[in-house]
Design a protein. Structure first.
Length: 256
């Protein structure tokens, strides 16, 4: 490998990346990472003010960025997100499906409404966002999709059936997309984070957080920034021979 090729491995200059759920937690860290790597970033989240605040932050970092208020459960909003991205930056190279709904109800008390609401954001939204972006991804010479699933797709615990089953479904879609889109030059992979220090994690009692962190080999929660390197690997030329795979980033502790 020569120096030029090496220096370009993680370089996202000139590429346009959509990051859903990009205003906080893992999504915000990923948006910042892509901007610092040279990408043009479109941040999608439900709240307009948070989207604009995040886009301004990315511009302060030296990146090109816009925020587009989007509800992942609204199919029309997904089409509008794609249209705004193309109008602003001329195309789409990478879609990062990070937004999620962590709604939890125990089996036996689950409602149809809760199951449908969670599925809309965690599965249907990512699938239809990729479909909406597909014509533009097909035109890109560096097309990639990165789906954020969870170690919950492998590990199960009381009260998390909705979330875990949704993430397992998105993992299945990841592999199906990889198979179907490979002839189009589009790579599709997933990241399965373990316990990360985000608002979602902090909603748990401290004793539960301590127990979860202690069950990992590294005996701690991850920071959102620790997911950036994995996402850049899967979205950049550094991961050019990777598709249909799931990288577990959990500090150890997920048996396979």
């Amino acid at each position: 490998m020569d120096r030029t090729a090496f220096d370009q491995l993680f370089d996202m200059t000139g590429r346009t990346v959509i990051v859903t759920g990009g205003t906080r937690g893992i999504g915000l860290a990923l948006a910042e990472g892509f901007a610092l790597a040279g990408a043009r970033v479109v941040v999608a989240s439900r709240k307009a003010a948070a989207c604009e605040q995040t886009a301004a932050r990315l511009r302060e970092l030296g990146g090109e960025a816009v925020g587009v208020p989007t509800h992942l459960g609204d199919a029309d909003a997904l089409e509008a997100l794609v249209a705004r991205t193309v109008d602003e930056f001329g195309g789409i190279d990478v879609v990062v499906n990070n937004a999620a709904n962590a709604l939890a109800q125990p089996l036996g008390e689950m409602t149809a409404e809760a199951l449908a609401k969670s599925y809309e954001v965690n599965v249907r939204g990512p699938v239809f966002l990729v479909q909406a972006a597909l014509p533009h991804l097909k035109k890109s010479s560096h097309a990639a999709v990165v789906n954020l699933i969870s170690v919950g797709a492998f590990n199960f615990s009381p009260g998390t059936a909705i979330y875990s089953s949704n993430k397992a479904a998105l993992m299945s879609f990841t592999r199906s997309m990889a198979a179907e889109y490979a002839p189009l030059g589009i790579r599709v992979n997933a990241i399965a984070p373990g316990p990360v220090d985000t608002d979602m994690m902090r909603n748990n009692p401290q004793e539960a957080i301590d127990r979860i962190a202690g069950s990992m080999f590294l005996k701690r929660l991850a920071t959102p920034d620790e997911m950036v390197g994995v996402a850049l690997l899967l979205a950049s030329d550094a991961g050019s021979y990777m598709t249909g795979t799931v990288i577990i980033a959990d500090g150890g502790g997920t048996p396979l």
